[in-house]
Design a protein around this ligand. Structure first.
Ligand SMILES: [Fe+2]
Ligand SMILES: [Fe+2]
Length: 357
């Protein structure tokens, strides 16, 4: 209901009108896109959230998260077991405000074939998204993730028969799409406590395979390597040998002093080179106000190094809510949103000052 009198405006009517900022614009775009034969489409849903649609119109959402960061200064210090306490020896809460609009409405998702999550960090797994999928996607689609992700879903009340635990080496078929599960190199998740009672002691290195995985999404038009929150690893080179990677998405960001978490611009290029990908897309740089990155830095450093190292790939600088069609966009360096007004002068203009145009 539209409110048109100040006396009827409340904080709730304001939120209802403004949030989510993109309404169902992107939901509609994804639904209405018919992917042509021999191509795949991807959309960036903010942070590491991506939507992949194959040329059989199979839709897969990975790490779709519709949450927020800090929303008040009035929070207690981090506990000694918090991952950033453990890593940095500090206790002050980090000022990680969500820096992007909500580009998708999870409650307007109706057509989806599989929902994948890479690890249980709460900027990758989302109770609201899980609920929205259970409520509104008619088919009983699988919820796929490593053990600790599935444990989180079960804890939230997701029915067990909807959940599928995967580990590196597993292969899952979703219609025409094959998902190869492989190793994560996310050292941050190893020091994060999952929501469970039996926590490992401080000196124990937990089993990464239960905590986090990377995915290789294989379509008839090409393969996508999702590195999720993996740090840089020399083992990317092995994955580059094991998989034929066309497009790699990796987590890039500016690590505050004392923090080792996201890949730097050089790490992004090293990972891309090792994975033998055609295109590397840095993500995650967009979302946290205190770790904002600039993907054009990756592009600049790539320009400095590409002749020296004979790079066979290039980086793609994306924007949240944007699309990427492979192979149509495979030579693009930068994304810009649709600019509109392509129908200019299809009607007579109506101006009192045409002579000034
Ligand atoms: Fe993470
Ligand atoms: Fe993350």
């Amino acid at each position: 209901m539209t409110v048109d009198n100040v006396n009827d405006v409340t904080e709730q009517t304001w939120k209802d009108e403004v949030f989510p900022e993109w309404g169902t614009w992107l939901n509609e775009e994804i639904d209405r896109t018919k992917v042509a034969q021999g191509k795949f489409a991807m959309w960036w849903l903010v942070n590491m959230g991506i939507w992949i649609k194959s040329d059989h119109q199979t839709s897969i959402a990975i790490d779709l998260w519709c949450g927020t960061g800090k929303t008040t200064h009035d929070k207690p210090d981090m506990s000694p077991r918090h991952q950033w306490s453990r890593l940095t020896g500090g206790r002050k809460i980090q000022p990680n405000l969500r820096a992007q609009p909500m580009v998708i409405n999870p409650f307007a998702i109706h057509n989806l074939d599989a929902y994948l999550v890479t690890h249980f960090h709460h900027d990758h797994i989302d109770m609201n998204v899980a609920a929205a999928i259970l409520q509104n996607v008619e088919e009983p689609i699988p919820f796929i993730g490593p053990k600790d992700v599935v444990d989180q879903w079960l804890d939230w009340g997701v029915p067990a028969d909807r959940c599928q635990v995967v580990k590196p080496g597993d292969v899952v078929k979703i219609k025409d799409v094959e998902i190869d599960v492989t190793d994560s190199f996310d050292r941050s998740v190893l020091i994060t406590d999952p929501d469970e009672k039996n926590l490992p002691d401080d000196s124990q290195v937990p089993d990464m395979d239960e905590r986090a995985v990377n995915y290789v999404i294989k379509t008839s038009a090409g393969n996508i390597y999702d590195a999720a929150d993996s740090h840089y690893s020399s083992y990317f080179a092995k994955h580059g040998q094991d998989f034929d990677v066309d497009v790699a998405v990796v987590a890039y960001g500016e690590n505050p002093i004392g923090v080792q978490d996201k890949m730097t611009s050089v790490d992004v290029l090293r990972a891309a080179e090792a994975l033998q990908t055609n295109v590397v897309i840095p993500l995650h740089w967009d979302v946290w106000s205190n770790m904002l990155g600039d993907p054009t830095e990756v592009e600049q450093v790539w320009k400095m190094r590409k002749e020296r190292f004979n790079y066979k790939f290039h980086p793609f600088s994306w924007l949240p809510g944007g699309h990427f069609i492979y192979p149509d966009d495979k030579d693009k360096l930068e994304y810009y949103h649709e600019r509109g007004f392509e129908d200019c002068y299809t009607h007579d203009i109506n101006l009192p000052y045409k002579s000034f145009l």
